[in-house]
Design a protein around this ligand. Structure first.
Ligand code: N0T
Length: 552
């Protein structure tokens, strides 16, 4: 991956991202690392809140805590830095044996400068805000002023320098730069300063990298990008702003850096400004890639409950040039099963949001209240994948993987979110078993995943209530797959390559990994395999060997 940082000697034990033919892994302590995270609510970034955080991390069996560090708390007065919260956090994380991902809440936190210090957010002369086309001032800082960029950059550099000094154990493995950047209420800044820049030619780098307008004569934003000019301009300039901060931070301490995205609905996007304009929404990923080479990945925040939209988002953000990392996802039950889709797309990790006991809930995005029933669906998955995090991440870096989750949504209409309109499926009067069936061509074999049927016999799948099933399949070698499922039946049949052949499970082993080695526990056979692989109350880890045989 383009880290853009010329380090004299590369320390392989330092956190970094490895890529292999469009597959990716986060490397920590020299080994692939699967991020099984809990993200706190906002405002958990004070020592007083931490006792409400760790118990949930532990119950979830998370290996990583994702938590903010605010500009206002580290530089309350200009040039007077205070990293005592970071020190407390790191010390406690070590006691808990948990790694940290820090969120740099600064110029933009969901569009606004709320987390910037007072000396920034109250000084609109020195740190100007975005102006709308009709001259209103929005509470979103403009990306066009050196004064703002330099101030944020200076604080971020101090943070990274501090980590370098205090974190010899590398408890902090990654940092998010800003939070859901962009502007609500305007496609871009229309101030006089912004207008001047808008009239200038589109940077050649963008024209070359994005390739979209290849062959076009260089021109200004409007002549090159037409209707998209305002949004693309804002995205480019926020991307450049964030990149300069990232570059400076990496020079101090080259941790992997990423941005998270307030998504637009991929099926029904609306207009820039209705969603956070300038953030790396699906339509401007190439612009961001060009603008921000020091940002290792662009990571979606998923608050679409429905299967169709949640899985579409993953397809859009899992790219050869962009490892998928689920930077946030709602913590309510329907979202847990999307863990399987994320793994299928080779995700580096998964971070449900609002996992603490601070007695806040971001419902309707997430669960209404925090209790064991909220934690359990995630804990079930983390328990199994936590025991094989390094092995899974290694497999995922080097082998093909496919993920599935139950496709028929079961949550009630009142839980559908306001911006999910247009993506929710229509109610069907009759239930068709095909709706609860997914098929995937794996090459020689085709996998079939069905949901909500008894383990024994061929009853058609009715779906689970609530929808909760999923499975992930990794190709280990010829005719050999690793399969982990939950509330689902997984079966295999010959693809066209093998059609007409007699076939059977040659051997299905249940087991686990120990230090990279597969440890066999027992063979699944008889009722456990006669109708397919039935994953019922808990996920199991199976190694499946398929075979064909001749009858003459
Ligand atoms: C998220 C979180 C936190 C489908 C919301 C989501 C977090 C931020 N913002 O609790 O504030 O810091 O990144 C915005 C979702 C907009 C509506 C999406 C409906």
């Amino acid at each position: 991956l383009a880290s853009g940082v010329a380090t004299a000697k590369v320390d392989q034990t330092f956190p970094h991202i490895d890529s292999n033919n469009g597959r990716h892994a986060l490397m920590v302590d020299g080994k692939p690392y699967l991020i099984l995270a809990a993200q706190t609510n906002n405002s958990a970034n004070y020592a007083a809140a931490l006792p409400d955080v760790w118990p949930v991390v532990e119950q979830m069996q998370a290996n990583t805590l994702v938590i903010p560090v605010a500009w206002e708390q580290v530089e309350p007065q200009e040039n007077a830095f205070d990293f005592s919260f970071v020190d407390t956090l790191i010390a406690q994380a070590r006691e808990q044996d948990v790694r940290l991902v820090l969120l740099w809440f600064a110029t933009w936190k969901n569009n606004a400068p709320h987390y910037a210090p007072s000396w920034v957010k109250l000084d609109n002369q020195r740190f100007p805000r975005v102006k709308t086309e009709d001259g209103k001032t929005l509470n979103s800082l403009s990306p066009h002023y050196r004064s703002t960029l330099e101030a944020d950059k200076k604080a971020f550099v101090q943070l990274m320098r501090h980590l370098k000094k205090v974190d010899r154990e590398r408890t902090v493995i990654m940092v998010q730069v800003q939070n859901e950047v962009g502007t609500y209420g305007s496609a871009r800044d229309y101030s006089e300063t912004a207008e001047e820049i808008f009239q200038q030619p589109v940077p050649q780098k963008l024209l070359t990298d994005a390739g979209r307008k290849a062959g076009k004569e260089p021109g200004n934003w409007e002549t090159v990008f037409g209707e998209d000019a305002d949004e693309f301009f804002h995205a480019w300039h926020i991307g450049r702003y964030v990149d300069e901060i990232a570059e400076a931070g990496k020079k101090e301490y080259p941790l992997p850096l990423y941005v998270n995205v307030a998504l637009r609905n991929p099926f029904n996007p609306g207009q820039p400004g209705q969603y956070s304009s300038g953030g790396a929404t699906d339509n401007v990923i190439p612009i961001w890639k060009s603008a921000a080479p020091h940002i290792d990945m662009i990571s979606p925040d998923i608050y679409f409950r429905d299967h169709k939209t949640a899985t579409r988002v993953m397809e859009l953000y899992a790219r050869d040039d962009n490892p998928l990392y689920i930077a946030e996802i709602g913590n309510d039950q329907p979202y847990a099963r999307y863990f399987f889709d994320a793994l299928g797309h080779g995700a580096l990790g998964f971070a449900p949001f609002g996992m603490d006991n601070t007695k806040y809930s971001n419902y309707p995005l997430g669960a209404k209240t925090m209790d064991e029933t909220v934690i359990k669906p995630f804990a079930e998955l983390y328990r199994v994948f936590g025991a094989m995090g390094a092995e899974w991440a290694e497999i995922s870096l080097n082998h093909r993987t496919w993920g599935f989750s139950e496709p028929v949504d079961t949550y009630s209409a009142d839980k559908a979110l306001w911006n999910a309109k247009g993506s929710d499926g229509e109610e069907k009067p009759e239930k068709d078993p095909e709706d609860n069936t997914q098929r995937q061509d794996l090459g020689d074999w085709t996998a079939e995943i069905t949901y909500g049927r008894p383990a024994f016999w061929i009853e058609p799948p009715k779906g689970n209530s609530p929808a909760s099933g999923g499975a992930v399949i990794a190709e280990l070698g010829k005719d050999e797959y690793l399969v982990v499922g939950y509330h689902a039946r997984v079966n295999f049949s010959p693809s066209k390559e093998l059609v007409g052949e007699q076939y059977t499970f040659e051997r299905v082993e249940e087991g686990h990994f120990d230090d990279g080695e597969w440890v066999f526990e027992r063979v699944w056979n008889g009722d456990q395999t006669d109708w397919g692989l039935n994953f019922i109350e808990q996920p199991h880890v199976l190694k499946v060997k398929l075979a064909t045989y001749k009858t003459n």
